[in-house]
Design a protein around this ligand. Structure first.
Ligand SMILES: C[S@@+](CC[C@H](N)C(=O)[O-])C[C@H]1O[C@@H](n2cnc3c(N)ncnc32)[C@H](O)[C@@H]1O
Length: 281
């Protein structure tokens, strides 16, 4: 069955490895992820200088804490983009910030949970800074903190650095480009760097959503988009209920386009497309 492959990869190997990923992250890999697991982990075997998946399983058992994270990093998807699911940012700009400003509430605590390489928290920061300058005669009075977390330490490095291929921003509005990105030159040709003013408001931190959350603030908005899509139902429901407890009384949860809370939690009411308001009990 595996004769044309560099390494033999049995269904027991696949079950063992996807089992660790589910235990670590909550992500359940269906059978059709077999080929993806093989190709991504064959790379990992080469890096480690191992010649069989049996040896890799032993290596995992002996280095569980560090290698289970490498395994997760290798097989999870980090796909993201600036202004992904733009309607969420339009809602913040057009509805939520004008409401805050009219109430004289100038403190904003936001959590991008599963932030990948940082495009999501940077988009939140750009949206807020623009909305605040439109809605306030003294933008300096606003106190904004965005917590950006992910389980994958590699994506967080990219997020903190804030340097991206120019192709990732080529379709953005020219005003946004002018205000928030600087073109690289010399060895940074073809790259852009985010304006450090955005980074002043964002803290990147490694955090596994299934573990404890050492977070003091209660949040105005939590973004958890395109993260729970592969979680099993119970894990998703448990996580969403924990988000409810981490939100302020009128807090809002933004989910990904295919992550409805229908039949998942009764702690939220639907406010707009995949936008949920914490229900007052
Ligand atoms: C597809 S990306 C989504 C990025 C961004 N939220 C968006 O919608 O564009 C999913 C991210 O969730 C992270 N992730 C998956 N399981 C996680 C867990 N248990 N704890 C923290 N992050 C997790 C992955 O590492 C990945 O970077």
């Amino acid at each position: 069955m595996n004769s044309d492959k560099e390494f033999e990869f049995t269904s027991e190997d696949f079950d063992f490895l996807r089992g660790i990923v589910t235990k670590t992250t909550g992500i359940v890999a269906p059978d059709d992820k077999y080929t993806m697991y093989y190709s991504r982990l064959a790379r990992r075997l080469r890096t480690l200088g191992l010649s069989t998946f049996a040896a890799y399983r032993d290596f995992l058992k002996n280095n569980q804490e560090t290698e289970s994270i490498e395994l997760v990093n290798a097989v999870t998807t980090n796909l993201t983009s600036f202004f992904r699911e733009k309607h969420h940012f339009d809602y913040i700009r057009d509805t939520l910030i004008p409401k805050k400003a009219s109430e004289g509430d100038y403190t904003l605590r936001i959590w991008s949970a599963g932030c990948s390489t940082g495009e999501e928290p940077y988009t939140i920061a750009m949206t807020l800074l623009d909305a605040i300058s439109d809605n306030s005669s003294s933008p300096d009075r606003w106190d904004i903190k965005i917590l950006a977390t992910d389980i994958d330490s590699n994506v967080l490095k990219t997020g903190s650095a804030g340097v991206y291929d120019a192709s990732r921003v080529s379709s953005l509005d020219v005003g946004i480009l002018r205000r928030y990105f600087k073109k690289g030159s010399g060895s940074n040709q073809g790259k852009v760097r985010v304006n450090p003013i955005l980074q002043e408001h964002i803290q990147f931190k490694q955090l596994n959503l299934l573990h404890d959350w050492p977070i003091n603030d209660r949040m105005d908005y939590i973004f958890c988009r395109n993260v729970v899509i592969y979680f099993d139902k119970e894990t998703k429901a448990g996580l969403v209920n924990r988000f409810a407890s981490q939100l302020k009384d009128d807090g809002i949860l933004f989910m990904g386009h295919s992550e409805s809370l229908y039949k998942t939690s009764d702690r939220f009411s639907l406010l707009g497309k995949t936008i949920y308001q914490l229900a007052i009990n």
